[in-house]
Design a protein around this ligand. Structure first.
Ligand SMILES: Cc1ncc(COP(=O)(O)O)c(C=O)c1O
Length: 403
């Protein structure tokens, strides 16, 4: 049989693929880069920046990397769980000493918080129960795709009141009215992306009672621990909810609080109803991880392990993280003091805030003042410096509502 190469095939494999919209944030980055104005301001990119405008490697990370380079004598494979010692040390930071050793909880290393969320989604899909995933909006734009790509059904409900620029807790709870027992509720552990809001202690307790009473399963995304109020403060709500419910999932990222972004460092912990029930959970996440990425990249997790193993490095990491947190909160206070419509920013937390302005205002700020942010008006507070707060607010004020 001869195969004629110029014969048209029945259907090319990739014929049915649709074009995809370009990443809007990348376009903002490109426009900022091309802008020659010396006083341009980038509040678009979502990474921590210091007062010099850079995203430095943390001191403890540099020191741990030097030790790793000198001491690492093999790069042989690890298992699908990655570096289990890393995950267990990190558990004391994330879960706290009580829950870290809870026999109903198991955790493995993942490629970043994204990997943890995807693994969580695959585990939920594998349960065969076909729960709905309830996602408050707005949210990190990758949440929906991560769950849908795993075949899950996502339903959105209100989280934020754009008029008040604040979390709308009543609407968030009311939006869960149709959630059934066994459904999963996504909760940002702290420093909500993109709004900068956070549940109060009372609201966490109300959510814990709601989840426990209605059989809802919390999936907590904790990607910014230590960048809101402090390491333990930022984890307190998550810990309260884990203590109150039988089953829960925690997707964790070290990419921001260790500034390891591109190294892809995260973990997934799953809490099962009983110590016996956690055994198949662990076996299943290992099987799923094996087919997703076989094993997570080692370098960043090894660095985190070295830091957490060493009292001096750990305390230097905590100190530098606290400095970062203070810088963000100092800028929030300055913004809040500068304009009444920004007063809430001072009470909110983390890198992000959603400004009460429309896309026309965003375009005008870009064109007239060289201020760059995505169309939705989400800003990265750490993109500002003490001396750029005043010109930033002056440019912004004509577009802000009067409060
Ligand atoms: C809310 C939230 N969750 C998860 C992630 C994912 O973090 P990672 O870079 O570790 O995958 C991000 C990243 O921006 C985020 O904002």
């Amino acid at each position: 049989m001869t195969l004629l190469l110029d014969e048209p095939s029945a259907a090319a494999l990739f014929d049915g693929l649709d074009r995809q919209p370009p990443d809007a944030l990348l376009a903002v980055i490109g426009m900022h880069r091309a802008d020659p104005r010396a006083d341009k301001i980038d509040v678009g990119v979502g990474v921590y920046r210091d007062a010099a405008g850079t995203t430095p490697v943390m001191r403890a990370v540099k020191a741990a990397e030097a030790r790793l380079l000198a001491g690492q004598d093999s790069k042989s494979y690890l298992g699908a769980e990655g570096d289990q010692h890393y995950t267990d040390l990190l558990a004391t930071v994330a879960l706290g000493p009580g829950l870290a050793t809870d026999p109903r909880i198991t955790g493995i290393q993942t490629p970043g918080g994204t990997g943890a969320l995807r693994l969580a989604a695959e585990l939920i899909a594998r349960s065969g129960k076909a729960p709905t995933i309830w996602v408050g909006t707005p949210t990190w734009p990758n949440h929906g795709p991560i769950f849908r790509e795993a075949g899950l059904t996502v339903r959105t409900h209100a989280y934020f009141d754009a008029v008040r620029s604040d979390l709308d807790f009543d609407a968030f709870v009311a939006g869960l009215a149709e959630a059934k027992a066994g459904d999963v509720v996504l909760l940002h552990g702290c420093c909500h992306n993109p709004t900068g809001t956070a549940f109060t202690t009372e609201q966490w307790h109300a959510l814990a009672a709601l989840a426990a009473g209605r059989g809802l399963i919390p999936l907590i995304d904790l990607a910014y621990q230590g960048l809101g109020r402090g390491l333990d403060e930022d984890a307190a709500g998550m810990r309260a909810i884990l203590a109150a419910v039988p089953e829960a999932l925690l997707a964790y990222s070290c990419d921001k609080n260790f500034a390891l972004y591109r190294e892809r460092v995260g973990a997934l912990w799953v809490q099962a109803a009983t110590p016996a029930a956690v055994v198949p959970v662990r076996e299943t996440i290992l099987v799923l991880a094996r087919s997703l990425w076989s094993m997570p990249p080692d370098h960043g997790a090894a660095v985190v392990r070295l830091i957490l193993e060493d009292a001096d490095l750990a305390s230097d990491w905590r100190a530098e993280l606290a400095e970062m947190c203070m810088r963000i909160n100092g800028l929030r206070t300055a913004l809040g003091d500068a304009h009444p419509s920004l007063a809430l920013l001072a009470r909110q937390q983390g890198l992000f805030a959603l400004l009460p302005i429309d896309r026309d205002a965003v375009a005008m700020l870009r064109a007239q003042h060289g201020i760059y942010m995505p169309d939705a008006g989400r800003i990265n507070i750490a993109g500002l410096r003490a001396e750029t707060v005043a010109p930033f607010v002056a440019a912004l004020s004509p577009h802000l509502p009067h409060r």
